[in-house]
Write a protein that binds this ligand. Structure first.
Ligand code: DX5
Length: 214
């Protein structure tokens, strides 16, 4: 996998939310996707933002919605209307192959690509029923809820296995991704990296994003 094919998705969770449009403008020419961490205070302890915030964001970056919510099937409509081009739901919130497949279909029918996420403690075989149909697997490298946490190295094994079994699947990683851990993610087979605090706390955001690709 050449590093130029690595997608970088800054996560706005760690941006200065008092000037969100400015923050997005500051990384727009260097990044590929923009990840929006939607948290409901139920599935994860934190409460973040909803569709109204996204609707007002102006960007050419692909809007990637990471639904850390108990009821993702109730949420997708509002985010599709707000311009989402990719939506990821958590396997821990949608049980059963049929339910997962119908949610994947609903997201795609709305014109977006669909992803399924697994937390660090969730084994890969828990989602193998849909990995053949989903557009993206998100392997969390932190327990979701907050930015700025430490990378959980053990999850790399799941990335290696997923890459081996599904050579064409887009594999995203999210949580503690910085210039150190990014190369480990890419080596394991990830080709889409979410990074929040590393990028938004950097004095040179272009250099920070470039360092994730190499
Ligand atoms: C966790 C969030 C974070 C965020 C990235 O729930 O999903 O992983 O996107 O945060 P950093 O890159 O600061 O770990």
């Amino acid at each position: 996998m050449t590093n130029s094919s690595i997608i970088i998705a800054p996560s706005i969770l760690s941006a200065d939310l008092s000037k969100l449009q400015e923050e997005v403008d500051s990384i727009e020419q260097f990044a590929d996707w923009l990840q929006i961490d939607v948290m409901d205070g139920q599935f994860v302890p934190n409460l973040s933002f909803g569709a109204p915030v996204i609707k007002n964001l102006k960007t050419k970056l692909l809007l990637d919605i990471h639904l850390m919510v108990e009821d993702p099937q109730e949420r997708i409509e509002e985010f599709l209307k707000a311009g989402a081009k990719h939506i990821t739901f958590h396997a821990e919130t949608v049980k059963g192959t049929d339910a997962r497949k119908s949610l994947i279909k609903a997201i795609r029918d709305g014109g977006a690509t669909a992803g399924i996420a697994i937390n660090p403690d969730t084994p890969l075989d828990e989602v193998e029923d849909v990995l053949g149909e989903v557009d993206l697997l998100l392997v969390m490298s932190v327990n979701p809820g907050f930015g700025g946490q430490n990378f959980i190295t053990e999850v790399l094994e799941k990335v290696r296995t997923a890459r081996e079994k599904f050579p064409d699947l887009m594999i995203q990683m999210d949580g503690g991704v910085d210039s150190e851990t990014a190369s480990k993610c890419i080596k394991a087979g990830a080709n889409n990296l979410v990074s929040g605090s590393f990028i938004f706390k950097a004095s040179d955001r272009e250099a920070a994003i470039t360092s994730l690709r190499s």
